[in-house]
Design a protein around this ligand. Structure first.
Ligand code: RI2
Length: 321
């Protein structure tokens, strides 16, 4: 798929979910490299940088996107010829997609161990990797039941209940505001992440922090499933994760909004759950308490992933260097 098409689909949320966005961006960069007619490494670099910038400008919150882009773009770094640069991009992109898929499988295997036979689980939004943990537990023969939220305004809960239904898992569908009413029936909250900061805070779909807050109040454990490429190296410098605010029309149709001149519709897509509300983050490298997020960034992602500016200066690779 060409870069502008992928970028549009990410913006419109036709491609969504932090992991899928990252893989789609890596694939778009690979396709862009393969179709390039650049005659010099310099012009190839410029073309690729432009493509990377287009993808980076789509949605600001999921750190998986810049991490994937920087890992792939690092493939140009040591290239002398256009052919080498192309091969570098293609290899990195393929590596990223494959390792991302493996990461989801490993997290499912690790995460399912924390789900017990007879557990009732609550999940919020639609996280591929959180659902993979739940489905793995079900396939292991554990009898589980799920409460899935609606997830206004984009209703990603509908995708979640379809996946759970197709997997044959007993599921309850509730509106977002019913979370606290049902939390005492829940044994474990399982959610995904769009970003994990160096101090273990989890940025995820708006409403996640309310679910976690209700869970903490009811002494229910909160497990977050997140691949290491969702951890944000830049937060070590104190940088905050930018919370995307989407169009108000997603919440209230423009025809109604324009009849209410004194009303402003606010539509943040994500919120921040502090580390203290999270019991466990399951990554493909193992399950960690959120306070160990620093170690994941230091040991597996690497500070030089390229998040620190020039996308071509990163070392990349899931193991960093
Ligand atoms: P996976 C999604 O964001 C949700 O917040 C979800 O929890 C998170 O990405 C992680 O998704 P959006 O794209 O990578 O729906 O686990 O705004 O699929």
């Amino acid at each position: 798929m060409i870069v502008s098409e992928t970028a549009d689909k990410i913006k419109r949320m036709e491609i969504r979910g932090a992991g899928r966005i990252a893989r789609a961006a890596a694939e778009a960069l690979r396709d862009n490299a393969l179709s390039s007619r650049a005659a010099t490494t310099e012009s190839f670099r410029m073309e690729m940088t432009q493509a990377a910038d287009t993808l980076l400008a789509t949605r600001p919150t999921a750190v998986s996107l810049p991490n994937a882009v920087h890992m792939v773009m690092a493939g140009i770094k040591k290239a002398f010829t256009v052919e080498e640069a192309k091969a570098g991009i293609v290899t990195r992109a393929d590596e990223f997609v494959t390792s991302s898929q493996h990461a989801v499988e490993r997290i499912a295997a690790f995460g399912s161990r924390h789900i017990r036979d007879g557990d009732t689980i609550m999940t919020h939004c639609n996280s591929e990797v959180a659902l993979a943990c739940i489905i793995a537990a079900h396939r292991e023969g554990k009898e589980i039941e799920v409460f899935a939220t609606e997830v206004r305004p984009r209703n990603q809960g509908l995708i979640t209940i379809k996946t759970l239904n197709d997997a044959g898992i007993k599921t309850n569908f509730i509106v977002d505001s019913a979370v606290r009413s049902f939390i005492s029936d829940i044994d474990l909250v399982v959610v995904g992440a769009d970003a994990v900061t160096v101090n273990g805070a989890v940025v995820n779909k708006i409403g996640t922090s309310q679910v976690a807050h209700a869970a903490v109040e009811a002494r229910v454990n909160v497990m977050v499933a997140a691949e290491t490429y969702k951890f944000a190296p830049r937060t070590i410098l104190g940088e905050l994760i930018k919370i995307e605010e989407r169009a108000g029309s997603e919440v209230l149709p423009d025809e109604i909004a324009k009849t209410l001149p004194n009303v402003t519709v606010r539509n943040p897509a994500f919120d921040v759950t502090p580390a203290e509300y999270v019991d466990l983050i399951v990554t493909e490298k193992g399950a960690i308490p959120p306070q160990m997020a620093y170690v994941i960034i230091r040991d597996y992602l690497g500070w030089e992933i390229g998040e620190f500016g020039d996308p071509l200066s990163g070392t990349g690779g899931l193991n960093g260097s």
